[in-house]
Structures are given as structure tokens and as C-alpha cells.
Design a protein around this ligand. Structure first.
Ligand code: PLP
Length: 401
């Protein structure tokens, strides 16, 4: 099998698996218990918190463990909205290309609390246009929520520019970093100065107030995510309880947390490697160019500037083809890819994200996402490109190049 669906989920690393197993076998006591075994578990959780904070160059106390990326997003958005009950006609600002986790939350705010959502437009290649933000913000804006990287296309959004406007206008800025953290260098800038890793150089994270991320996107387990909350950000828990410094109640998922910490270590090793990210980007580009060579009608759904793309994602449109059919055919031949986000797959509708990006519905209908990971064997990518081309030619009745 050639697995090219790493934006849906990644295979847990051996270290993450081992950490989870040892937690199940040895650290199964409740971290809130006062006896030694409970305290040993608590210590392990706190060490894990510190390792995870390092991945984003944040403070351990700013990390709140959550059930997954979706849960982190909901905790963040609800936590900010609840601190603004005094505002009469509140509004939030987001984009139409967010993951369903964010879009669903905006809809719920609207239905339950009549909170208006204002939409930031996207420009070339589906990149959020930051110039529009200042004019959308008014005295009743309580939150701006935007993604760092898009799950379907891998486009990187101008987080620094958006964040600077939010800072200037004193509006809380939440970022969905689920497709970013663990794959790209992240620096929220509150970590201990002498511990800054070479990878944590970019300053975009310094304008973020809340950052959501999820372990299973960087070789950790599913069912565990984190919300980083910058110290001093007003926040009201939607799931109150004693754990997580009162910001999210519930007995901790210790195996998940320890697995996430081991995955964070693996991600840091990758990110600190001087050439690995560039090498993987080259492999992605080679795969993409090979598909375009073999299927000249294919079009890449991406911004023209390569620095606006995450290294692992390739979204390719095959005109006049039905993506679901192509996916089934690829699956029969051992290639795993996807159309749209994993959460909406199974639907025959073209991806709302691609439509919101202004991609022609006919192209959106035939668009597939291929996403590699740091462990992808480059040798398989040539075989994958040939398989994709063979399937496209068979389905469209065209002759291979
Ligand atoms: N946000 C983005 C951009 C995603 O890609 C995903 C998952 O695909 C999520 C949020 C939700 O994360 P999780 O699957 O951990 O709930």
C-alpha cells in the first residue's frame, strides 16, 4: 500500500506507541491521586507537557490537553466567546475555508447566541487576504479565528499579518494549527529563551493568543490534542473541572498525553534537521511534476509562490473526472489519497473549501489530495504517480502520454 493521506492521519511512531504502552502498563494511576503512584503519573504528565510546549516554544503552563484538534478548537472558541457576554451584538471573524470544526462552531454561535460571523476573503491560490481584516473588525468583534495551513491544499496563510492587525485592534486571535504544528517550525515566543531550538525562528506565532493542534497529525495517537493559551488571555472553560488548572476538567488521557510528547520529540528532531524538510518538499514536487507530465490536463490547486505551501501536500484537479471514482480505483490499486477533508469524505459534493477558493466546480469535482509525511519512501512516489496517471487515463478513456 502507498499511503498518501497523511493530512487525514499519520502512522503513530514507534516511540509514541512505546510511550503509550508503558503508560498503560505502569502509569495507569490517576494523576490527581495523592499516593506515590498517582504522583509518579502526574510527574510524567507534567514532563510530557513540557516536551509538547517545547515543540511550539511555549510555556508548559500554557498548554491545555484536549480530546483532539476539534476539541481544542471548540474549547478555544467557546472559551473566548464566554468571556464576552457583556457585548450586545458580538461578531467573530473567520474564513469559509476553515476545517468543519471551526465552521460548525461559528454556525452554532450564530444559531444559539446570534453571534454574527464575518468572512475574510481569500485571494490567489486560496490564501486569506489579510488586508481585508482591519475593515471587518469593529468594537463588537470578540474573536478572529483562522487556520495556519489548509488541510486540503496545504496553503499557508499570512498568520503574522492577521495577528498584527488583531494585536493592534486588541482582538483575540485563535489559530487552528492542526495542519501546521509538528510539520512546520512554530514559535509562540513564550518559551525559556535559552531553550529556543533552531527550528523556532519564525515570528508569526508571537501574534497568536490561542493555538490548537493535534497529535495524530504528527505521528502521535488519535484522541489527544492541545490548546495553547497565551498567558493573560481572558478565557472561560466550557468544560470546567479541577484538571488543567481549571481550564478543562476531566481525568487526563495519560497514554495519549505521553504518546503525544514522544511524537513531539520526533517532530522536533525532524524540524531541527538541516535538510529534511527541504528534501521532503523536493519529493512532493517531483511527484506533482510527474503527475502533470503524465496527465497534461491536470491542474495543481495551489498558490504560485512555493513558500506559501506546506511541504507535504499536493492537491491536483483532473478535469471532467469524478474524484470519488478515481479514489476508489486508486484504492483498488493500493494508493490511498483523499478528496476533501477526511471528515466530509463519503460525500459526492465537491469540496466546499475548493469552491470557496474560487476553483471552478468542474475542477473541484475532480480534485484529489495527496499528502506525504516525513517517513514517506520517495521510491513509492514514482509508482504512485504512474498509478494515478493510469487510473485517470482509464477513467477518461484517454491515451497515456
Ligand atoms: N483542523 C484542521 C485544519 C484539520 O485538518 C483537522 C483534521 O483533519 C482538524 C482541525 C481536526 O482535528 P482532529 O482530527 O484531531 O479532531
Amino acid at each position: 500500500m502507498i499511503y498518501l493521506d497523511n493530512n487525514a492521519t499519520t502512522r503513530p511512531s514507534a516511540a509514541a506507541r512505546d510511550a503509550m504502552l508503558s503508560a498503560l502498563d505502569e502509569l495507569w494511576h490517576n494523576p490527581s491521586s495523592t499516593y506515590r503512584a498517582g504522583q509518579a503519573t502526574k510527574r510524567a504528565v507534567e514532563l510530557a507537557r513540557a516536551q509538547i510546549a517545547k515543540l511550539i516554544n511555549g510555556q508548559p503552563k500554557e498548554i491545555v490537553f484536549c480530546g483532539c484538534g476539534t476539541c481544542s478548537i471548540h474549547t478555544a472558541m467557546a472559551g473566548i466567546v464566554a468571556t464576552h457576554k457583556h457585548i450586545e451584538k458580538p461578531n467573530i471573524i473567520s474564513t469559509r475555508i476553515e476545517h468543519p470544526a471551526v465552521r460548525a462552531m461559528s454556525m452554532q454561535f450564530n444559531e444559539r447566541f446570534e453571534i454574527e460571523t464575518r468572512w475574510l476573503p481569500t485571494g490567489e491560490g486560496g490564501r486569506i487576504n489579510p488586508d481585508a481584516l482591519a475593515d471587518l473588525i469593529d468594537d463588537n468583534t470578540i474573536l478572529v479565528s483562522a487556520q495556519w495551513a489548509n488541510n486540503e491544499t496545504g496553503v499557508i496563510h499570512p498568520v503574522a499579518e492577521l495577528g498584527k492587525v488583531c494585536r493592534e485592534k486588541k482582538v483575540t486571535f485563535h489559530v487552528d494549527g492542526v495542519q501546521w504544528v509538528g510539520k512546520m517550525p512554530t514559535n509562540v515566543g513564550t518559551g525559556t529563551p535559552d531553550e529556543i531550538l533552531p527550528m523556532n525562528m519564525d515570528d508569526a506565532g508571537q501574534y497568536i493568543d490561542l493555538l490548537s493542534f493535534s497529535a495524530h497529525k504528527f505521528h502521535g495517537p488519535k484522541g489527544i490534542g492541545a490548546l495553547w493559551i497565551r498567558r493573560g488571555t481572558p478565557f472561560a472553560p466550557s468544560s470546567p473541572g479541577a484538571q488543567e488548572l481549571g481550564r478543562r476538567g476531566g481525568t487526563e488521557n495519560v497514554p495519549g498525553i505521553l504518546g503525544m510528547a514522544a511524537a513531539a520529540d520526533g517532530a522536533m528532531e525532524f524540524l531541527n534537521h538541516p535538510t529534511m524538510m527541504d528534501e521532503m518538499r523536493t519529493h512532493r514536487d517531483r511527484f506533482e511534476n510527474r503527475v502533470l507530465e503524465l496527465v497534461p490536463t491536470a491542474v495543481v490547486n495551489a498558490p504560485a509562490d512555493p513558500s506559501h505551501r506546506v511541504w507535504n501536500t499536493s492537491n491536483i484537479a483532473f478535469p471532467k473526472l469524478e474524484a470519488e471514482l478515481l479514489l476508489l480505483m486508486l484504492s483498488e490499486r493500493g494508493v490511498c489519497a483523499s478528496a476533501g477533508s477526511a471528515c466530509s469524505s463519503g460525500s459526492l459534493e465537491p469540496s466546499p473549501v475548493l469552491l470557496a477558493m474560487g476553483i471552478d466546480p468542474k475542477l473541484a469535482h475532480g480534485s484529489l489530495r495527496f499528502s506525504i509525511c516525513r517517513d514517506t519512501d520517495p521510491g513509492c512516489l514514482e509508482e504512485a504517480a504512474q498509478t494515478v496517471a493510469a487510473c485517470v487515463h482509464q477513467l477518461s478513456g484517454t491515451v497515456p502520454v
